[in-house]
Design a protein around this ligand. Structure first.
Ligand SMILES: C=C(O[C@@H]1C=C(C(=O)O)C=C[C@H]1O)C(=O)O
Length: 123
């Protein structure tokens, strides 16, 4: 996966921004910054991964619009949710959270698909 050359974000982001400065000992702050470095890496990857996922779902949306297929596919969603809940359980992630997260993403995808279908029909 190609990561964008996001010099703007890297230049303006202050990894040490904190409301705790001056409130806790320096060594605690240093340890916090070290852990937060990993959190920042995870968050960046999440954004890249989601961007790739949305690229793929856009293609599905175009395919569906071309062939007059409905934006959502409830049986597919059911299967995905079951799978993700199992994966989450195995990974010690709360399955309820995994389900909510997937539903949140899917509802946004369906909104995109509806928009693609509307503009396809109006063209
Ligand atoms: C992407 C699709 O469209 C919708 C969105 C889904 C998703 O984001 O994974 C899954 C099923 C559909 O409701 C699809 O049908 O594959």
């Amino acid at each position: 996966m190609n990561e964008p050359k996001n010099t703007e974000t890297t230049q303006s982001f202050d990894p040490h921004a904190s409301s705790l400065q001056g409130e806790v000992k320096n060594e605690v702050l240093e340890e916090l910054y070290a852990i937060r470095g990993s959190i920042d890496n995870f968050d960046a990857q999440l954004v890249f991964l989601l961007a790739e996922r949305f690229k793929a779902t856009q293609r599905v949306g175009i395919l569906k619009a071309k062939h007059q297929l409905p934006p959502s596919d409830p049986n597919r969603e059911k299967a995905q949710i079951e799978r993700l809940r199992t994966l989450a359980h195995e990974a010690h992630l709360d399955p309820e959270f995994a389900e909510k997260f997937l539903n949140f993403v899917i509802s946004e995808v369906i909104r995109h698909h509806q928009n693609i279908s509307d503009s396809h029909n109006n063209a």
